[in-house]
Design a protein around this ligand. Structure first.
Ligand code: GLA
Length: 471
């Protein structure tokens, strides 16, 4: 019933959506697709803006995500169409070989996630002539195909056949730009479609057999492919949280992702979800990650890291960091400012706030990790502690990271007032969604109150779900 209300964004039934998409594919491309692949979006309980500092993130995969129906081509052409009415411009054709030439030229985009304030603008990387005239969303797909083609001999099972191209029809059940990782879910669904239809791994493991064949190690490789696409082709500064969550999550589980090396543990959350529900509240204000704001926050945080004299911020903290460790680092930063550290025109106070956010977020992540991986705590203790962490995370997003906005603050306040144990803005910020932990008994009241804040607000049930797969 909830799934049918206009305020709720339904995830739908994967098999039915895949069947309808396959039928539509046959109409658009006049042939049957080789299959349909799905990759989920994510909600992150803690660890925003710290994946690129090597921090720990705590995502769950959603039931909502992106579906891709695809068939291979042998002429090196990629043909794409999305069924999203806001993005659909009919069939888009991209020459895959042309994309490769661009990327290996002198003007190739980022070779690594940005570091320091002198980094080139994200948008420099997106200006590839091979992508000229194509809608910007298509770079998330063509970028993945390009990055997969760069894998080379290290992973022969994932090597694309020469001249590989593909026809793709795309449909998403995620709101776009809502901080729920719609871009990464598109990348990851495309990556599976390409792996399935263009590599030895796909040839040897047809249809759903691919799901078994895709070990966690191979999924981590595909996550790197998608990260590379987003950083080098799209030109957005992703730190890897979204792609790893989409490709490596597990049903019923919270992922604890150590972004130093992308190792992870998964903890069962079903004990908690009997009485409590995670709820994503999409404010209806979309963000644009490839624009300057996300980048400027990251650049400031990296300038603060450099002032501490470390390469990667997480390495400045011990394995089990405490508040005093954070305070010492903030003092060290203040000392560096006194000593006349050059921030390349950035405001030292702003850099300090980004630093404080990142360190606080790292501490909270480690605390939650310890909480959920420890032997049984009571359900209500776990729920309350998680709730407190969510709310502390929001305060930091608002005051230190400065990525929150009025409607998100109002949603958090309303949620807390009407029974949520905690609530926070998730994703990159400057738009997007709030995640709340709500006792099931309070859910309807809370939804009613939040709905009144804006006609654009939508709700998504956050049910920890399985990773990307052939449907
Ligand atoms: C975006 C990026 C991620 C991460 C989050 C914020 O989603 O793609 O890598 O940095 O923002 O945590």
């Amino acid at each position: 019933m909830r799934e049918n209300s206009a305020r709720w964004l339904a995830a739908g039934d994967a098999e039915s959506i895949a069947a309808a998409l396959a039928a539509r594919f046959a109409q658009v491309f006049e042939q049957e697709p080789a299959g349909v692949w799905f990759a989920p979006g994510r909600a992150n309980l803690n660890g925003e803006h710290i994946d690129f500092h090597g921090g720990r993130c705590l995502p769950v995969a959603l039931r909502h995500g992106t579906y891709v129906a695809a068939a291979a081509r042998t002429d090196g052409v990629l043909r794409l169409r999305t069924l999203d009415p806001k993005l659909d411009e009919g069939l888009i054709e991209i020459d895959v070989a042309g994309l490769s030439r661009e990327r290996t030229g002198a003007d190739a985009g980022f070779s690594a996630p940005i570091q320091g304030s002198g980094a080139r603008s994200f948008s420099d990387a997106a200006g590839s002539p091979a992508l000229e005239g194509t809608p910007s969303w298509t770079a998330y797909v063509s970028g993945v195909l390009w990055a997969l083609g760069q894998i080379g001999e290290e992973h022969p099972e994932l090597t694309l056949e020469p001249g590989y191209g593909a026809d793709l029809l795309i449909r998403s059940t995620l709101p776009i730009g809502a901080g729920l990782s719609s871009s990464a879910s598109l990348e990851c669904a495309a990556a599976l479609a390409f792996a399935a239809t263009g590599t030895p791994l796909g040839a040897e493991n047809p249809k759903e057999e691919l799901n078994e064949a895709l070990t966690d190690a191979l999924r981590a490789v595909l996550a790197q492919v998608c990260i590379r696409a987003e950083v080098e082709v799209v030109g957005a500064g992703t730190g890897g949280l979204d792609q790893n969550a989409s490709l490596r999550a597990a049903k019923g589980k919270l992922m604890s992702l150590d972004c130093r090396d992308f190792s992870m543990t998964r903890t069962d959350l079903t004990f908690l979800l009997r009485d409590y529900q995670f709820l994503a509240i999409d404010t209806g204000q979309p963000h644009e990650l490839a624009d300057g704001k996300f980048r400027s926050r990251r650049v400031e945080a990296e300038a603060a890291t450099a002032a501490l004299g470390v390469e990667r911020l997480r390495d400045a903290l011990p394995a089990k960091p405490r508040k005093t460790d954070m305070e010492l680092l903030l003092e060290r930063f203040d000392q560096a400012v006194k000593n006349g550290t050059d921030f390349g025109g950035l405001e030292a106070e702003a850099c300090r706030r980004r630093l404080k956010h990142a360190l606080g977020e790292m501490l909270r992540s480690e605390k939650i990790h310890a909480l959920v991986t420890a032997e049984a705590h009571g359900v209500s203790h776990t729920a309350q502690t998680l709730g407190d962490m969510l709310s502390a995370g929001h305060t930091s997003m608002r005051e230190q990271a400065e990525v929150s906005f009025r409607l998100a603050d109002q949603v958090v306040d309303a949620a807390l007032q009407f029974g949520a144990l905690g609530a926070r803005l998730i994703g990159g910020g400057f738009g997007g969604s709030v995640l709340a932990l709500v006792p099931r008994a309070q859910l309807d009241d809370l939804v009613g109150v939040c709905s009144r804040l804006s006609p654009e607000i939508r709700f998504l049930e956050v049910t920890p779900s399985a990773a990307a797969r052939a449907v």
